[in-house]
Design a protein around this ligand. Structure first.
Ligand code: GDP
Length: 440
Protein backbone atom coordinates (compact mmCIF):
# COMPACT_ATOMS: atom_id res chain seq x y z
CA UNK A 1 0.00 0.00 0.00
CA UNK A 2 1.30 3.46 -0.86
CA UNK A 3 1.78 6.39 1.51
CA UNK A 4 0.41 9.47 -0.17
CA UNK A 5 0.12 13.21 0.33
CA UNK A 6 -3.09 15.02 -0.57
CA UNK A 7 -2.53 18.72 -1.20
CA UNK A 8 -4.37 21.73 -2.54
CA UNK A 9 -2.78 23.06 -5.74
CA UNK A 10 -4.31 26.56 -5.72
CA UNK A 11 -5.08 29.02 -2.91
CA UNK A 12 -6.95 26.50 -0.74
CA UNK A 13 -10.67 25.63 -0.68
CA UNK A 14 -10.21 23.23 -3.60
CA UNK A 15 -12.49 20.65 -1.96
CA UNK A 16 -9.79 18.65 -0.14
CA UNK A 17 -12.27 17.72 2.59
CA UNK A 18 -14.50 15.73 0.24
CA UNK A 19 -11.60 14.01 -1.55
CA UNK A 20 -9.82 13.03 1.67
CA UNK A 21 -13.10 11.70 3.05
CA UNK A 22 -13.54 9.69 -0.14
CA UNK A 23 -10.08 8.11 -0.24
CA UNK A 24 -9.28 7.71 3.45
CA UNK A 25 -11.02 4.32 3.90
CA UNK A 26 -8.20 2.94 1.71
CA UNK A 27 -5.61 3.98 4.33
CA UNK A 28 -4.78 2.93 7.90
CA UNK A 29 -3.67 6.35 9.14
CA UNK A 30 -4.58 9.95 8.27
CA UNK A 31 -2.15 12.62 9.43
CA UNK A 32 -2.16 16.40 9.28
CA UNK A 33 1.23 18.05 8.97
CA UNK A 34 0.81 21.83 8.94
CA UNK A 35 -1.55 24.67 9.78
CA UNK A 36 -4.00 24.84 12.63
CA UNK A 37 -7.71 25.47 13.06
CA UNK A 38 -7.72 27.93 10.16
CA UNK A 39 -8.53 25.11 7.75
CA UNK A 40 -12.20 24.22 7.91
CA UNK A 41 -13.75 21.02 6.67
CA UNK A 42 -17.45 20.49 7.01
CA UNK A 43 -18.09 16.79 6.99
CA UNK A 44 -21.42 15.03 6.98
CA UNK A 45 -21.71 11.81 8.94
CA UNK A 46 -25.15 10.27 9.23
CA UNK A 47 -27.39 12.92 10.74
CA UNK A 48 -24.48 14.99 12.01
CA UNK A 49 -22.57 17.88 10.47
CA UNK A 50 -19.10 18.38 11.88
CA UNK A 51 -16.86 21.31 11.33
CA UNK A 52 -13.47 19.72 11.85
CA UNK A 53 -10.59 22.17 11.74
CA UNK A 54 -7.81 20.33 13.53
CA UNK A 55 -8.86 16.68 13.63
CA UNK A 56 -8.63 14.86 10.27
CA UNK A 57 -12.02 13.82 8.89
CA UNK A 58 -10.62 10.26 8.94
CA UNK A 59 -11.78 10.20 12.58
CA UNK A 60 -15.28 9.41 11.28
CA UNK A 61 -14.02 6.11 9.87
CA UNK A 62 -13.71 3.71 12.81
CA UNK A 63 -10.75 1.75 11.43
CA UNK A 64 -8.59 4.79 10.74
CA UNK A 65 -5.95 6.17 13.14
CA UNK A 66 -5.53 9.97 13.14
CA UNK A 67 -2.52 12.12 13.95
CA UNK A 68 -1.90 15.83 14.43
CA UNK A 69 1.75 16.14 13.41
CA UNK A 70 4.60 18.17 14.86
CA UNK A 71 4.34 20.74 12.04
CA UNK A 72 0.94 21.89 13.26
CA UNK A 73 -0.02 24.63 15.68
CA UNK A 74 -2.67 23.34 18.03
CA UNK A 75 -5.17 25.46 19.93
CA UNK A 76 -6.07 23.24 22.90
CA UNK A 77 -9.31 25.14 23.26
CA UNK A 78 -10.35 24.51 19.64
CA UNK A 79 -9.24 20.88 19.89
CA UNK A 80 -11.29 20.27 23.04
CA UNK A 81 -14.27 21.87 21.28
CA UNK A 82 -13.97 19.41 18.38
CA UNK A 83 -13.52 16.48 20.75
CA UNK A 84 -16.72 17.58 22.50
CA UNK A 85 -18.61 17.62 19.19
CA UNK A 86 -17.37 14.13 18.34
CA UNK A 87 -18.23 12.80 21.83
CA UNK A 88 -21.75 14.14 21.49
CA UNK A 89 -22.18 12.16 18.29
CA UNK A 90 -20.67 9.11 20.06
CA UNK A 91 -17.63 8.94 17.79
CA UNK A 92 -14.97 7.04 19.75
CA UNK A 93 -11.63 8.87 19.62
CA UNK A 94 -9.85 7.02 22.43
CA UNK A 95 -6.90 5.00 21.13
CA UNK A 96 -7.38 6.49 17.63
CA UNK A 97 -6.30 10.11 17.89
CA UNK A 98 -2.69 11.06 18.60
CA UNK A 99 -1.17 14.51 18.97
CA UNK A 100 2.53 15.07 18.46
CA UNK A 101 4.14 16.14 21.74
CA UNK A 102 6.34 18.41 19.58
CA UNK A 103 3.41 20.29 17.99
CA UNK A 104 3.28 24.00 18.84
CA UNK A 105 0.68 25.25 21.33
CA UNK A 106 -1.50 28.13 20.14
CA UNK A 107 -2.33 30.39 23.09
CA UNK A 108 -4.92 33.19 23.53
CA UNK A 109 -1.96 35.61 23.32
CA UNK A 110 -1.38 34.54 19.68
CA UNK A 111 -4.99 35.30 18.86
CA UNK A 112 -4.73 38.74 20.49
CA UNK A 113 -1.56 39.47 18.46
CA UNK A 114 -3.12 38.33 15.18
CA UNK A 115 -6.23 40.44 15.68
CA UNK A 116 -4.31 43.54 16.77
CA UNK A 117 -1.93 43.28 13.78
CA UNK A 118 -4.59 42.77 11.14
CA UNK A 119 -6.47 45.74 12.61
CA UNK A 120 -3.34 47.89 12.49
CA UNK A 121 -2.56 46.87 8.88
CA UNK A 122 -5.88 48.37 7.73
CA UNK A 123 -6.20 48.27 3.95
CA UNK A 124 -2.91 46.32 3.68
CA UNK A 125 -4.26 43.41 5.79
CA UNK A 126 -2.98 39.98 4.72
CA UNK A 127 -6.46 38.56 5.18
CA UNK A 128 -5.54 36.06 7.89
CA UNK A 129 -8.32 34.24 9.72
CA UNK A 130 -7.22 36.08 12.92
CA UNK A 131 -7.01 32.81 14.81
CA UNK A 132 -3.42 33.27 15.93
CA UNK A 133 -1.86 30.80 13.50
CA UNK A 134 0.82 33.18 12.14
CA UNK A 135 1.92 34.48 15.56
CA UNK A 136 2.06 30.90 16.92
CA UNK A 137 4.45 29.88 14.10
CA UNK A 138 6.45 33.03 14.79
CA UNK A 139 6.87 32.01 18.44
CA UNK A 140 8.10 28.64 17.26
CA UNK A 141 10.68 30.18 14.89
CA UNK A 142 11.74 32.60 17.64
CA UNK A 143 12.21 29.61 20.00
CA UNK A 144 9.77 31.01 22.56
CA UNK A 145 6.86 28.79 21.63
CA UNK A 146 5.50 26.08 23.87
CA UNK A 147 5.18 22.59 22.49
CA UNK A 148 2.38 20.27 23.59
CA UNK A 149 4.82 18.39 25.85
CA UNK A 150 5.49 21.66 27.72
CA UNK A 151 1.88 21.92 28.92
CA UNK A 152 3.00 19.82 31.89
CA UNK A 153 6.38 21.56 32.44
CA UNK A 154 7.27 22.68 36.00
CA UNK A 155 8.68 26.01 34.86
CA UNK A 156 5.72 26.85 32.62
CA UNK A 157 4.84 30.12 34.37
CA UNK A 158 8.41 31.47 34.19
CA UNK A 159 8.66 30.58 30.51
CA UNK A 160 5.38 32.30 29.75
CA UNK A 161 6.42 35.36 31.77
CA UNK A 162 9.70 35.67 29.79
CA UNK A 163 7.81 35.47 26.50
CA UNK A 164 5.16 37.97 27.63
CA UNK A 165 7.95 40.49 28.38
CA UNK A 166 8.67 40.46 24.64
CA UNK A 167 5.09 40.36 23.44
CA UNK A 168 3.37 42.83 25.80
CA UNK A 169 5.04 45.99 24.39
CA UNK A 170 4.06 44.90 20.85
CA UNK A 171 0.47 44.37 21.89
CA UNK A 172 0.36 47.65 23.83
CA UNK A 173 1.64 49.54 20.77
CA UNK A 174 -1.20 48.01 18.73
CA UNK A 175 -3.92 48.96 21.20
CA UNK A 176 -3.62 46.11 23.73
CA UNK A 177 -5.34 42.76 24.11
CA UNK A 178 -9.10 42.53 24.48
CA UNK A 179 -8.72 39.42 26.65
CA UNK A 180 -6.73 40.28 29.87
CA UNK A 181 -5.91 36.57 30.40
CA UNK A 182 -3.92 36.65 27.17
CA UNK A 183 -1.15 38.68 28.85
CA UNK A 184 -1.27 37.18 32.35
CA UNK A 185 1.40 34.49 32.85
CA UNK A 186 -0.29 33.00 35.93
CA UNK A 187 -3.69 32.72 34.26
CA UNK A 188 -2.17 31.27 31.07
CA UNK A 189 -0.11 28.72 33.03
CA UNK A 190 -3.26 27.61 34.88
CA UNK A 191 -5.12 27.05 31.63
CA UNK A 192 -2.15 25.23 30.09
CA UNK A 193 -2.01 22.80 33.03
CA UNK A 194 -5.72 22.12 32.71
CA UNK A 195 -5.34 21.49 28.95
CA UNK A 196 -2.30 19.31 29.61
CA UNK A 197 -4.33 17.09 31.95
CA UNK A 198 -7.18 16.69 29.49
CA UNK A 199 -5.06 16.16 26.37
CA UNK A 200 -2.17 14.28 28.05
CA UNK A 201 -3.44 10.78 27.15
CA UNK A 202 -3.36 11.69 23.44
CA UNK A 203 0.19 13.11 23.35
CA UNK A 204 2.79 10.88 21.77
CA UNK A 205 6.21 11.00 20.15
CA UNK A 206 4.39 10.56 16.86
CA UNK A 207 7.59 10.34 14.79
CA UNK A 208 8.31 6.93 16.31
CA UNK A 209 4.65 5.96 16.12
CA UNK A 210 4.79 6.54 12.35
CA UNK A 211 8.04 4.56 12.21
CA UNK A 212 6.36 1.61 13.93
CA UNK A 213 3.34 1.77 11.66
CA UNK A 214 5.53 1.91 8.55
CA UNK A 215 7.49 -1.13 9.73
CA UNK A 216 4.17 -2.94 10.17
CA UNK A 217 3.28 -2.09 6.57
CA UNK A 218 0.46 0.30 7.43
CA UNK A 219 -0.39 2.99 4.90
CA UNK A 220 -0.52 6.69 5.66
CA UNK A 221 -2.45 9.50 4.02
CA UNK A 222 -0.94 12.92 4.73
CA UNK A 223 -3.66 15.56 4.59
CA UNK A 224 -2.55 19.04 3.56
CA UNK A 225 -4.40 22.22 4.46
CA UNK A 226 -4.58 25.45 2.43
CA UNK A 227 -2.86 25.18 -0.97
CA UNK A 228 0.47 25.40 -2.82
CA UNK A 229 0.13 29.10 -3.65
CA UNK A 230 -0.31 29.87 0.05
CA UNK A 231 2.89 28.00 1.00
CA UNK A 232 5.18 30.17 3.11
CA UNK A 233 8.22 29.58 0.86
CA UNK A 234 6.69 29.03 -2.54
CA UNK A 235 3.42 30.96 -2.46
CA UNK A 236 2.49 34.53 -3.33
CA UNK A 237 4.49 36.03 -0.46
CA UNK A 238 3.55 37.93 1.71
CA UNK A 239 -0.06 36.93 1.06
CA UNK A 240 0.59 33.39 2.26
CA UNK A 241 0.02 31.18 5.25
CA UNK A 242 2.83 30.59 7.77
CA UNK A 243 3.48 26.92 7.08
CA UNK A 244 4.57 24.51 4.32
CA UNK A 245 1.41 23.70 2.42
CA UNK A 246 3.20 21.78 -0.37
CA UNK A 247 3.96 18.04 -0.41
CA UNK A 248 7.42 18.53 1.13
CA UNK A 249 5.74 19.78 4.30
CA UNK A 250 4.42 16.27 4.92
CA UNK A 251 7.94 15.06 5.74
CA UNK A 252 9.04 17.90 8.03
CA UNK A 253 5.60 18.22 9.58
CA UNK A 254 5.39 14.56 10.68
CA UNK A 255 8.96 13.33 10.92
CA UNK A 256 8.27 10.69 8.24
CA UNK A 257 11.26 10.62 5.89
CA UNK A 258 10.66 11.74 2.27
CA UNK A 259 11.88 8.32 1.11
CA UNK A 260 8.81 6.75 2.74
CA UNK A 261 6.30 8.88 0.82
CA UNK A 262 5.23 7.33 -2.46
CA UNK A 263 2.90 9.65 -4.33
CA UNK A 264 0.99 12.93 -4.34
CA UNK A 265 -2.66 13.52 -5.13
CA UNK A 266 -3.25 17.17 -6.06
CA UNK A 267 -6.65 18.78 -5.66
CA UNK A 268 -7.47 21.23 -8.44
CA UNK A 269 -10.73 23.14 -8.61
CA UNK A 270 -12.12 23.52 -12.15
CA UNK A 271 -11.88 27.31 -11.69
CA UNK A 272 -9.93 29.45 -9.21
CA UNK A 273 -10.78 31.10 -5.90
CA UNK A 274 -8.82 33.06 -3.36
CA UNK A 275 -9.68 34.53 0.05
CA UNK A 276 -8.25 37.80 1.32
CA UNK A 277 -5.62 40.00 -0.36
CA UNK A 278 -2.89 39.21 -2.86
CA UNK A 279 -2.42 38.83 -6.60
CA UNK A 280 -4.98 36.84 -8.60
CA UNK A 281 -4.37 37.11 -12.35
CA UNK A 282 -7.55 35.39 -13.57
CA UNK A 283 -9.91 37.11 -11.12
CA UNK A 284 -13.34 37.98 -12.54
CA UNK A 285 -14.97 41.04 -11.04
CA UNK A 286 -18.03 40.76 -13.25
CA UNK A 287 -21.23 38.73 -13.41
CA UNK A 288 -19.32 35.54 -14.32
CA UNK A 289 -17.33 35.93 -11.08
CA UNK A 290 -20.58 36.46 -9.21
CA UNK A 291 -22.06 33.39 -10.93
CA UNK A 292 -19.12 31.21 -9.82
CA UNK A 293 -19.36 32.53 -6.25
CA UNK A 294 -23.10 31.81 -5.99
CA UNK A 295 -23.18 28.52 -7.90
CA UNK A 296 -20.00 27.26 -6.21
CA UNK A 297 -21.07 28.53 -2.78
CA UNK A 298 -17.71 30.23 -2.48
CA UNK A 299 -17.93 31.60 1.04
CA UNK A 300 -15.34 30.70 3.69
CA UNK A 301 -16.20 27.78 5.98
CA UNK A 302 -14.29 29.32 8.90
CA UNK A 303 -14.89 33.03 8.34
CA UNK A 304 -17.96 33.17 6.03
CA UNK A 305 -16.07 35.68 3.84
CA UNK A 306 -17.00 35.75 0.14
CA UNK A 307 -14.16 34.25 -1.91
CA UNK A 308 -12.74 36.00 -4.97
CA UNK A 309 -13.47 33.91 -8.08
CA UNK A 310 -11.94 33.56 -11.55
CA UNK A 311 -10.99 31.23 -14.41
CA UNK A 312 -8.65 28.27 -14.07
CA UNK A 313 -5.01 29.37 -14.15
CA UNK A 314 -2.68 26.79 -15.69
CA UNK A 315 0.45 28.92 -15.22
CA UNK A 316 -0.10 28.70 -11.47
CA UNK A 317 -1.20 25.05 -11.73
CA UNK A 318 1.98 24.07 -13.62
CA UNK A 319 4.05 25.68 -10.88
CA UNK A 320 2.05 23.80 -8.21
CA UNK A 321 2.56 20.62 -10.23
CA UNK A 322 6.33 21.09 -10.07
CA UNK A 323 6.28 21.87 -6.35
CA UNK A 324 4.19 18.82 -5.45
CA UNK A 325 5.31 16.32 -8.08
CA UNK A 326 1.63 15.46 -8.43
CA UNK A 327 1.04 11.89 -9.68
CA UNK A 328 -2.69 12.32 -10.14
CA UNK A 329 -5.30 15.03 -9.82
CA UNK A 330 -8.73 15.27 -8.29
CA UNK A 331 -10.52 17.88 -10.39
CA UNK A 332 -13.34 19.30 -8.29
CA UNK A 333 -16.50 21.36 -8.77
CA UNK A 334 -16.78 20.70 -12.49
CA UNK A 335 -20.58 20.92 -12.04
CA UNK A 336 -20.29 24.60 -11.11
CA UNK A 337 -19.36 25.31 -14.75
CA UNK A 338 -22.34 23.37 -16.19
CA UNK A 339 -24.44 26.34 -17.31
CA UNK A 340 -21.76 28.67 -18.63
CA UNK A 341 -21.88 29.33 -22.40
CA UNK A 342 -18.10 29.78 -22.66
CA UNK A 343 -15.15 28.84 -20.46
CA UNK A 344 -11.67 30.24 -20.34
CA UNK A 345 -8.39 28.82 -19.15
CA UNK A 346 -5.27 30.91 -18.61
CA UNK A 347 -2.25 29.45 -20.42
CA UNK A 348 0.26 32.31 -20.04
CA UNK A 349 0.92 35.64 -18.31
CA UNK A 350 1.68 38.70 -20.42
CA UNK A 351 3.97 41.12 -18.58
CA UNK A 352 5.36 44.22 -20.35
CA UNK A 353 4.62 42.74 -23.78
CA UNK A 354 6.26 39.39 -23.08
CA UNK A 355 4.50 36.13 -22.33
CA UNK A 356 5.93 34.46 -19.23
CA UNK A 357 6.06 30.69 -19.11
CA UNK A 358 6.76 30.58 -15.38
CA UNK A 359 4.93 31.80 -12.31
CA UNK A 360 6.93 34.90 -11.21
CA UNK A 361 8.22 35.56 -7.68
CA UNK A 362 8.16 39.32 -8.14
CA UNK A 363 5.08 40.92 -6.63
CA UNK A 364 5.05 43.73 -9.17
CA UNK A 365 5.23 41.29 -12.12
CA UNK A 366 2.37 39.24 -10.69
CA UNK A 367 0.27 42.35 -10.11
CA UNK A 368 0.90 43.53 -13.69
CA UNK A 369 0.36 40.14 -15.36
CA UNK A 370 -2.42 39.98 -17.98
CA UNK A 371 -3.87 36.53 -18.52
CA UNK A 372 -3.54 34.90 -21.95
CA UNK A 373 -6.70 32.84 -22.36
CA UNK A 374 -7.73 29.84 -24.36
CA UNK A 375 -11.48 29.68 -24.85
CA UNK A 376 -13.68 26.57 -24.68
CA UNK A 377 -17.36 26.13 -25.51
CA UNK A 378 -19.51 25.36 -22.46
CA UNK A 379 -21.39 22.04 -22.30
CA UNK A 380 -24.65 23.38 -20.86
CA UNK A 381 -25.65 20.03 -19.44
CA UNK A 382 -25.79 18.56 -15.97
CA UNK A 383 -22.62 16.71 -14.96
CA UNK A 384 -23.54 16.05 -11.30
CA UNK A 385 -23.49 12.36 -10.61
CA UNK A 386 -22.08 11.31 -14.02
CA UNK A 387 -20.03 8.23 -13.18
CA UNK A 388 -18.38 7.30 -16.45
CA UNK A 389 -16.07 9.19 -18.75
CA UNK A 390 -18.11 8.24 -21.83
CA UNK A 391 -21.25 9.80 -20.38
CA UNK A 392 -19.61 13.19 -19.84
CA UNK A 393 -20.62 15.80 -22.42
CA UNK A 394 -17.93 16.02 -25.12
CA UNK A 395 -17.00 19.68 -24.38
CA UNK A 396 -16.53 18.72 -20.68
CA UNK A 397 -14.22 15.87 -21.72
CA UNK A 398 -12.28 18.29 -23.94
CA UNK A 399 -11.92 20.71 -21.02
CA UNK A 400 -10.62 17.98 -18.69
CA UNK A 401 -8.33 16.49 -21.35
CA UNK A 402 -6.80 19.91 -22.04
CA UNK A 403 -5.95 20.28 -18.34
CA UNK A 404 -4.42 16.78 -18.28
CA UNK A 405 -2.31 17.53 -21.37
CA UNK A 406 -1.09 20.88 -20.12
CA UNK A 407 -0.16 19.55 -16.69
CA UNK A 408 0.99 16.15 -17.97
CA UNK A 409 -0.97 14.61 -15.12
CA UNK A 410 -4.03 12.34 -15.22
CA UNK A 411 -7.30 13.36 -13.59
CA UNK A 412 -8.02 10.34 -11.41
CA UNK A 413 -11.04 11.72 -9.57
CA UNK A 414 -13.56 14.03 -11.17
CA UNK A 415 -15.88 15.60 -8.62
CA UNK A 416 -19.26 16.82 -9.82
CA UNK A 417 -21.02 17.60 -6.54
CA UNK A 418 -20.47 17.79 -2.79
CA UNK A 419 -21.60 14.22 -2.16
CA UNK A 420 -19.37 11.19 -2.20
CA UNK A 421 -21.53 9.55 -4.90
CA UNK A 422 -20.94 12.53 -7.17
CA UNK A 423 -17.46 11.43 -8.12
CA UNK A 424 -16.23 9.87 -11.34
CA UNK A 425 -13.36 7.56 -10.37
CA UNK A 426 -11.07 6.51 -13.22
CA UNK A 427 -10.05 3.12 -11.90
CA UNK A 428 -8.57 2.16 -15.27
CA UNK A 429 -5.68 4.64 -14.90
CA UNK A 430 -2.37 3.32 -13.50
CA UNK A 431 -2.28 6.46 -11.31
CA UNK A 432 -5.39 5.18 -9.50
CA UNK A 433 -3.47 2.14 -8.26
CA UNK A 434 -0.38 4.22 -7.46
CA UNK A 435 -2.49 6.49 -5.25
CA UNK A 436 -4.87 4.05 -3.59
CA UNK A 437 -3.29 0.64 -3.93
CA UNK A 438 -6.48 -0.21 -5.82
CA UNK A 439 -8.29 -0.37 -2.49
CA UNK A 440 -11.31 1.82 -3.33
P1 GDP B 1 -11.29 22.42 1.34
O1 GDP B 1 -10.88 23.38 2.39
O2 GDP B 1 -10.25 22.25 0.27
O3 GDP B 1 -11.82 21.12 1.88
O4 GDP B 1 -12.50 23.09 0.57
P2 GDP B 1 -13.85 23.67 1.23
O5 GDP B 1 -14.39 22.71 2.23
O6 GDP B 1 -13.70 25.08 1.61
O7 GDP B 1 -14.74 23.71 -0.06
C1 GDP B 1 -15.30 22.62 -0.48
C2 GDP B 1 -16.79 22.88 -0.50
O8 GDP B 1 -17.25 22.54 -1.76
C3 GDP B 1 -17.53 22.00 0.49
O9 GDP B 1 -18.68 22.65 0.94
C4 GDP B 1 -17.87 20.79 -0.35
O10 GDP B 1 -19.05 20.15 0.09
C5 GDP B 1 -18.08 21.41 -1.71
N1 GDP B 1 -17.67 20.56 -2.82
C6 GDP B 1 -16.60 19.70 -2.88
N2 GDP B 1 -16.53 19.15 -4.10
C7 GDP B 1 -17.56 19.66 -4.82
C8 GDP B 1 -17.99 19.48 -6.17
O11 GDP B 1 -17.42 18.73 -6.95
N3 GDP B 1 -19.06 20.22 -6.55
C9 GDP B 1 -19.73 21.07 -5.73
N4 GDP B 1 -20.76 21.74 -6.21
N5 GDP B 1 -19.34 21.25 -4.47
C10 GDP B 1 -18.28 20.55 -4.01
Amino acid sequence: MPNIVVVGTQWGDEGKGKVVDLVCPAFDVVARFQGGHNAGHTVRFGEHHFSLRLIPSGILHQEVQCVLGNGMVVSPEALLGELGELAQAEVETRGRLWISDRATVLLPTHVALDQARERARGAAAIGTTSRGIGPAYESKAARYGLRMVDLAADDLEERLAAWLEVVRPQLDALGGAADPEAVDAGALAGRCREWGERLGPMLRGTEMLFDTWLREGRSILFEGAQGALLDLDHGTFPYVTSSSATAGGAATGTGVAPTRIDATLGILKAYTTRVGGGPFTTELEDETGEFLRKRGNEFGTVTGRPRRCGWLDLVAARYAQALNGTDGLALTKLDVLDDLPELRVCTGYRVAGEVLAEFPADRAALAAAEPVYRSFPGWRAKTAGVLSWDELPVPARDYVSFIEDQLETPVVFLSTGPRREETLIRRDLPAFTALTGGRL
